[in-house]
Design a protein. Structure first.
Length: 73
């Protein structure tokens, strides 16, 4: 799934954020990147009972996220 599909499933960005326990601003960052974090995609698949399915092309791999926030030594 992509961010737009997740928003459509929950009705809007605010409801999606509430379901995930995060802010709408966090989701806005995913929209800018055109990808959501890998863990969120799997969480949404579970939360929705499989109505939303993970597609590896639609999320940011954990390794990439870590590399962006952790200084390289």
């Amino acid at each position: 799934m992509n961010v737009q599909q997740a928003e459509a499933h929950f009705g809007n960005r605010r409801k999606l954020a509430e379901a995930l326990g995060i802010t709408s601003q966090a989701i806005s960052q995913w929209v800018k990147r055109k990808q959501m974090p890998e863990g969120v995609a799997y969480k949404l698949e579970v939360i929705t009972g499989g109505a939303l399915k993970v597609n590896p092309n639609d999320y940011i791999p954990v390794k990439q996220m870590v590399a962006e926030i952790v200084p390289q030594q």
